[in-house]
Structure formats: C-alpha cells, structure tokens
Design a protein around this ligand. Structure first.
Ligand SMILES: [Zn+2]
Length: 111
C-alpha cells in the first residue's frame, strides 16, 4: 500500500518535469489573445477611456467572463496567427462586449 502511494507520487513529479522540459505546445484560451488585441484596437478611438494597464486588463477580464472560452492546443510561437483564425461574426460580438466593458470601466475605474 505504502509502496504504491510512493510510486504514484514519483510518477507525477516525473510527468511534471517532462512537461517543463518540452514547451512545444501550449493549451490556451485563444479568446484571451483576441480580446486583448481587439480591446487595444477599439479603446484607441475612445478619447475618454483610460488606457492604463490596469484598466485594459479590467476590460479584458469583464469581456472574457462574458464570452465562451475557446481552448486550443497551440504550437509555441504561433499564438498570434492562431488567434486571428476566428470568424467575423464572433469578432463582431466580441467587439460589442468590449465596447460595453469599456463603458463600465470608464464609469468606475479601479486604478
Ligand atoms: Zn486606468
């Protein structure tokens, strides 16, 4: 019984080390990338919106909590290209959410 437990512990730490040594693929929510890029694009046109790092991240957090996450296995280094592979309808609805979030943060900045 004791041996079994010990073996399991050893195995799991070996697996962890293995993953760290081979960072070839990443599991990521590609919505994070899209929302971040789009927010920076949209907020540029809003003169009254604060563009500090805190507000930008707050806006992204609000949007990401309201859209469905989209997980994908991505090759390290190709995050950007992959993020742009989303259909237009989706991007439009994300943009609407971003506009709403910008208004929210503008009214109640937490910085
Ligand atoms: Zn701010």
């Amino acid at each position: 019984m004791n041996n079994e437990v010990k073996e399991n512990v050893n195995n799991s730490s070996l697996d962890d080390a293995d993953i760290e040594n081979k960072p070839k693929f990443l599991l990521m929510n590609i919505m994070e990338e899209i929302v971040f890029l789009k927010t920076k694009e949209i907020i540029r046109f809003d003169k009254d919106a604060c563009k500090c790092e805190k507000c930008l991240n707050d806006i992204c957090a609000i949007v990401l909590n309201s859209v469905k996450p989209k997980y994908a296995t991505t090759e390290v280094g190709s995050l950007y290209a992959r993020a742009l592979n989303v259909d237009t309808t989706e991007v439009i609805s994300i943009s609407v959410e971003i506009a709403k979030a910008i208004e929210l943060v503008k009214q109640r900045p937490i910085h």
